[in-house]
Design a binder for this molecule. Structure first.
Ligand code: FAD
Ligand code: SF4
Length: 530
């Protein structure tokens, strides 16, 4: 009798439970999401490999493989946990290569009553999924992706409340430290006495210092490579398909995090800005893909790092930890805040009216400039460059050379394994190309050879001379730097942070100025042979 009642109520339960399809995007591989805390008969998860995603820019082959292997492993993990999963591979004959078309078909063929999705992080996908509310005949609901520290518009609301004209990252960062009680004492004062140890995060790598070798994974991805080739997906960069090096599963992500705290954290802050010939990741975490695909959450990364430091305070200085925490609860959340506050206008910003083409060597690394060659070649080889290489080498050069921001964006969005528009765009247009007129960066991140030489050993083995400003062997950064100051002088004259540069340019000998501008002009006209 009791069993009969149970069966009866189970059947009624199934009857009233809506048959639900849940969409999981390629960058939502978060196994800790509350969706997965219980198995339900009426719920099916769907993941799709799509041409709309492989083709919106030309991506690095390692980036495409990371996402696809990550998605396939995630789907398998869900099935192993007992969930029902539909997985559409790129070459599946049913695959119509768009979220909307595939979802319409799946919902109607399988008679789903409702569709649920986690809020996407990219504006273009948000638009597409929002339109499903009208396009599908069933109920459509969006839920939080449960990943970030902040809501989409939280940062905007914070600055709007303060009526701040500028949106200083540092103010936001301090709010985040207090709100989430990170590296804070009971009086809301920063542990160690300082909010920011940026000044001690700027050391050059000492001569003969051999950094920790990067942790590399080994996975045979030949099957996915074969499929991508057969489907004629156009990619950039190279890959060792028998030894694919990026971590793409939860277990590998946890291993990578442990490697970081043990091997890299003790010197992370010190050499955060350093660059060295042949050293492609130094003490950087290379956790960006894992976090951007949501395999790891920023909170667990930050908590683990702080916990490790708390247990090892005798060997790890607070400056190393603060430098790392700032990147995640500060810069990463700040960039997301800028993106959601300023899209869609932000993706067309070009306040310096730059229109030049991206030089060919960005795609093949063929240039005599050693810093550019090193940074671009390692990006082609590993789909990775660290922040200062992106900002002060490749980004710096593109800005000095007046490259159209759209072309710069496409390059950054394609080449890096961690590149997703919500984080790539504010970093590229805003921080690196100053295309937003100074919202993210109060002054442009530009430099002559001086800075690159200060932070690296690139100049020592370069064809060009770091000291020369004019002449055939003069470092291109030197004349391009002054040309950039001169080209936009009106803008810099009203920017107090650029006052010294403007005064310096104005007082230079007029003949020397002409020579500098001529040298810059020569470089701009002969971009493909420098
Ligand atoms: P680490 O140096 O170990 O730093 C730890 C973490 O901090 C990173 O994993 C990342 O999540 C976060 N972080 C650090 N700096 C930033 C930043 N400026 N913005 C957001 N998060 C940050 N980062 C991306 O994740 N995707 C991008 O597409 C991207 N494009 C960039 C384009 C340009 C022009 C520039 C200048 C920077 C870009 N960044 C981007 C930021 C930064 O360079 C990368 O996050 C970092 O290099 C990733 O390597 P890592 O994990 O070893 O970082
Ligand atoms: Fe780069 Fe100039 Fe130094 Fe050569 S000399 S590595 S081009 S900064």
């Amino acid at each position: 009798m009791f069993n009969q009642i149970k069966l009866y109520s189970f059947t009624i339960g199934l009857f009233i439970m809506k048959k639900t399809l849940r969409l999981v995007l390629g960058d939502q591989l978060n196994i800790k999401h509350s969706w997965y805390s219980e198995k339900k008969e009426n719920i099916t998860y769907v993941l799709m490999e799509l041409r709309s995603e492989t083709d919106y820019v030309q991506h690095h082959i390692q980036k495409v493989v990371s996402f696809f292997v990550g998605m396939r492993s995630f789907a398998k993990e869900l099935e192993e946990l007992g969930h029902q999963v539909i997985y559409l591979e790129l070459d599946d004959s049913k695959n119509e290569q768009s979220f909307t078309k595939n979802l319409k078909r799946t919902v109607s063929n399988n008679k789903f009553d409702q569709l649920e999705y986690q809020q996407p992080d990219e504006y273009r996908l948000d638009q597409e999924l929002t339109s499903l509310h009208k396009e599908l005949s069933v109920e459509v609901n969006a839920v939080s992706s449960e990943h970030f520290y902040t809501e989409r518009l939280e940062m905007k609301e914070l600055f709007d409340k303060r009526k701040s004209k500028g949106w200083l990252m540092e103010s936001f960062y301090r709010e985040m430290r207090k709100k989430h009680e990170l590296l804070i004492d009971s009086n809301e004062k920063p542990l160690g006495g300082k909010w920011n140890y940026d000044q001690s995060n700027r050391k050059k790598l000492p001569k003969n210092h051999k950094p920790t070798a990067p942790k590399l994974f080994q996975r045979d991805v030949s099957d996915i490579m074969k499929m991508l080739e057969e489907q004629n997906v156009k990619t950039i960069g190279s890959i060792d398909s028998k030894n694919f090096l990026w971590p793409v599963t939860r277990n590998e992500g946890e291993e990578m995090l442990e490697f970081f705290v043990e091997e890299c954290l003790p010197l992370f802050g010190d050499f955060q800005d350093a660059m060295s010939v042949g050293e492609w990741s130094l003490y950087h975490s290379r956790l960006s893909f894992l976090m951007n695909s949501k395999i790891l959450s920023p909170k667990e990364v930050v908590d683990r790092v702080i916990q490790h430091w708390e247990n090892n305070q005798d060997t790890i200085d607070i400056s190393q930890v603060e430098g790392f925490v700032r990147q995640i609860i500060g810069w990463r959340e700040y960039m997301r805040g800028i993106y959601w506050a300023k899209m869609p206008e932000y993706e067309n910003e070009n306040q310096l009216n730059h229109t030049n083409s991206l030089p060919e060597f960005y795609w093949n690394g063929k240039t005599k400039m050693n810093c550019m060659r090193q940074s671009i070649q390692q990006s082609l080889d590993y789909s990775y460059a660290h922040h200062i290489q992106r900002l002060m080498v490749t980004g710096n050069f593109a800005l000095l050379a007046g490259v159209e921001p759209q072309q710069v964006d496409d390059w950054y969005l394609g080449i890096y394994v961690d590149a997703i528009q919500w984080v790539e765009l504010p970093n590229t247009r805003g921080m690196s190309q100053w295309a937003d007129g100074g919202l993210v960066a109060t002054k442009p991140y530009v430099s002559s050879a001086n800075y690159i030489d200060k932070m690296s050993d690139y100049c020592g083995s370069c064809y060009y001379s770091k000291k020369d400003k004019v002449g055939e062997k003069a470092c291109p950064f030197n004349s391009l730097y002054w040309n950039f100051i001169d080209r936009h002088l009106d803008k810099w004259e009203s920017n107090h942070r650029m006052g010294m540069m403007v005064a310096n340019w104005k007082k230079q000998d007029p003949e020397q100025k002409v020579k500098l501008l001529e040298r810059a002009q020569y470089i701009l006209e002969n971009m493909n042979s420098i």
